[in-house]
Design a protein around this ligand. Structure first.
Ligand SMILES: [Cu+2]
Length: 144
């Protein structure tokens, strides 16, 4: 019983980490939106050594950031918001055009090619907040 209490104590006293040790994010970019667009999509590859979930994302560059998925519905591509993005230990997840993406809603400034957009990724394990990871994404025109 005492051992269990100690274990619990050490778990709740674990500091919230700002290190990138929680998850590795690579190739972060934002698709250059058409002029006047009120949304922009962001993509990256994310991998975590532990099973956890990307529970929310914020950015100083946009009013709201949502996690979206795309799927075919009655022959039409549809976007749907996900409450969280589940990550399995050691399995990279790719956010890419036509699939999973972050949706930046109401960008605070018009985005130009080469701009950098700061994203803060918040992670949870079950209901427990485990920390955040800062990501810098570069605005790029889609390569066709
Ligand atoms: Cu979307």
């Amino acid at each position: 019983m005492r051992k269990l209490a100690l274990l619990f104590l050490s778990l709740i006293m674990m500091p919230i980490s700002h290190a990138s040790g929680i998850a590795k994010v690579t190739d972060a970019w934002v698709r250059l939106p058409p002029p006047g667009a009120q949304i922009a999509a962001a993509y990256f590859t994310i991998e975590s050594k532990q099973t956890l979930s990307l529970s929310s994302v914020t950015s100083p560059a946009a009013e709201v950031v949502e996690i979206h998925t795309m799927s075919m519905h009655n022959g039409m591509m549809e976007m749907r918001q996900l409450p969280a993005l589940a990550l399995e230990a050691g399995k990279p997840v790719k956010l890419e055009p036509g699939g999973l993406h972050l949706m930046l809603i109401n960008p605070k400034q018009a985005l130009k090619e080469g701009d950098t957009v700061h994203l803060v990724l918040n992670f949870k394990q079950g209901k427990r907040v485990i920390g955040e990871v800062d990501v810098t994404a570069t605005v790029k025109a889609p390569a066709h």
